[in-house]
Design a protein around this ligand. Structure first.
Ligand code: MN
Length: 519
């Protein structure tokens, strides 16, 4: 069996979703989980895009051991140098240079011709190679590129030292057989193709990203670029869990393997979904809530007689296990510390103390605290409360509501040492709370999305609220958790506002890449 290299780009392509701005601590936590999932490569970000992303990539490069850490760069000197600056301390660094190869990209985006574009790409690649031995080159929009030209580009970038050449279906235009033939054509035509790992990067605009990826593997590609839960630009990228489980479940057909530690899939999926505020659709392949729910009587009967009748994947292979009762209010510091270590959280002393306080609060109200609750506590406390961008925090709220009266909320926020207070009315209790918070902050925030979800399936479950707000052209996500959903919502709203403040401050000293990013 041949190995397929799994290149995860959740932290780069996945993070290009509008409003899914992860802070450096969150990126690090996802990267640590991706390392536990044992992917081969983690594309940590696009360091030139913002000082925040530079810091995040640097943090991942310095802390995450095991996978190759990749940083993206346009075929521009400053991008390549900045990418290297961010990842040079990684155990295994890789610079990923990309440049369009389709005529529409070359002419419309860059105003160049094919030869000039290739020259520019080679120049950037050689610079990258002089800094880092492992360099990946992406031929952006390859699926809409003239194939003779594409073959010429691939041959020359290999000659110039690329170690991985990636063939992206940037706009999700390819169909499986045709995309497979393109890969086969490159394998046959490019004389030095055996010197590199050929990679693919498929988008899901036509719902074909996984199919195109698998077709490419059958024709010679050996690296797959993918994201957790299929997140990414527009309709998203090929989904990691689908590719990995397709190869694993049908190894009789593909004769490939990956080194992904599949029992970590579910936890990775949950972490990414929560931190990025992107819920997973219930019928999503592999990780959807209904992926293993058999509801028809005929199926249930079959499953009871033998799971193999209607089940091709065992839930435990994805890490789906029955809730284990883990901790109670009587569990001490030691038990919690032990649990956190087992779950892979590496917290410092201050972080642990805050987590412990929050745990006691939750355990007081909920009799049993499950693994999922511990995940939420850690995410909520660490990410929201020890974030450097924090400006306001929720002190308390109270609400007066009842038959026919407009609900009225009174909210107290802390801003450094000062307690600020306001009250307001709204259409409902949450609306009233948000209005009161706006009053304190002195700015109006447009609420674009609001969700509350229970963490576990019991009545005493913790609720996690996610809000997306916008103000002055910035969008931000906030999360909050509590056994009380009004409190969770208020915390989420305050966190979103803190992030908007952070973005507004950052606004002035950042130059965004002018062409955007569509790899
Ligand atoms: Mn992409």
């Amino acid at each position: 069996m041949e190995k397929i290299y799994v290149f995860d780009t959740t932290l780069r392509d996945g993070e290009q979703i509008p409003g899914a701005c992860l802070n450096p601590r969150e990126k690090l936590e996802i990267a640590l989980q991706l390392a536990r999932l044992n992917v081969d490569c983690i594309e940590a970000g696009f360091p030139i895009s913002s000082p925040g992303d530079f810091e995040a990539v640097k943090g991942v490069a310095e802390r995450v051991k095991g996978p190759t850490i990749v940083a993206l760069a346009r075929a521009v000197r400053k991008d390549v140098e900045t990418a290297w600056e961010a990842i040079k301390k990684a155990e295994r660094p890789r610079i990923h240079v990309f440049l369009g190869t389709s005529d529409v990209h070359i002419q419309k985006k860059f105003g160049l011709d094919r030869d000039k574009a290739l020259e520019r790409g080679l120049e950037a690649l050689k610079l990258a190679k002089s800094l880092c031995p492992d360099v990946e080159y992406s031929t952006e929009d390859a699926s809409r590129t003239d194939r003779e030209y594409l073959a010429r580009v691939v041959e020359q970038v290999i000659a110039a030292g690329a170690t991985v050449v990636n063939i992206p279906d940037t706009v999700g235009y390819a169909v499986p057989q045709q995309f497979g033939r393109l890969i086969a054509y490159l394998m046959e035509t490019v004389s030095n193709i055996d010197q590199v790992t050929l990679s693919v990067h498929c988008h899901n605009d036509l719902g074909l990203a996984t199919a195109n990826t698998l077709s490419a593997l059958e024709n010679g590609a050996r690296q797959v670029e993918c994201t957790m839960n299929g997140l990414g630009e527009r309709a998203g990228n090929a989904s990691l869990e689908e590719i990995v489980m397709a190869v694993r479940t049908r190894k009789d057909y593909f004769n490939f393997f990956t080194e992904v530690n599949t029992p970590e899939i579910m936890r990775t999926s949950n972490l990414v979904s929560r931190l990025m505020g992107m819920p997973v659709q219930a019928n999503k392949a592999i990780v959807g809530a209904n992926a293993f729910a058999h509801s028809s009587g005929i199926h249930q009967d079959g499953i009871l007689k033998d799971r193999a009748t209607y089940e091709i994947i065992r839930p435990e292979d994805l890490g789906i296990v029955e809730h284990e009762m883990v901790l109670t209010a009587r569990s001490g510091r030691h038990a919690l510390k032990d649990k956190l270590l087992k779950m892979g959280y590496d917290l410092n002393k201050d972080e642990f103390e805050v987590v412990y306080d929050h745990f006691l609060e939750v355990a007081d109200k909920k009799k049993r605290v499950y693994d999922e609750d511990v995940d939420i506590i850690v995410q909520d406390v660490i990410f929201a409360h020890l974030d450097g961008s924090k400006l306001f925090s929720l002190e308390s709220y109270s609400i007066k509501t009842g038959n026919g009266d407009a609900p009225e909320a009174r909210v107290r926020l802390r801003r450094k040492e000062v307690i600020l207070e306001a009250s307001d009315q709204g259409d409902g209790p949450i609306d009233a709370i948000f209005k009161a918070i706006d009053k304190i902050v002195g700015a109006f925030h447009k609420l674009e999305d609001f969700q509350v979800k229970a963490v576990t399936e019991t009545k005493e479950a913790m609720g996690v609220a996610t809000v997306r707000v916008s103000r002055e052209g910035h969008r931000a996500l906030g999360r909050g958790s509590s056994t009380d959903i009004l409190r969770a919502s208020a915390k989420a709203y305050v966190e979103a506002i803190n992030r908007i403040h952070y973005l507004l401050q950052r606004d002035s000293d950042t130059d965004q890449p002018e062409n955007g990013l569509a790899l």
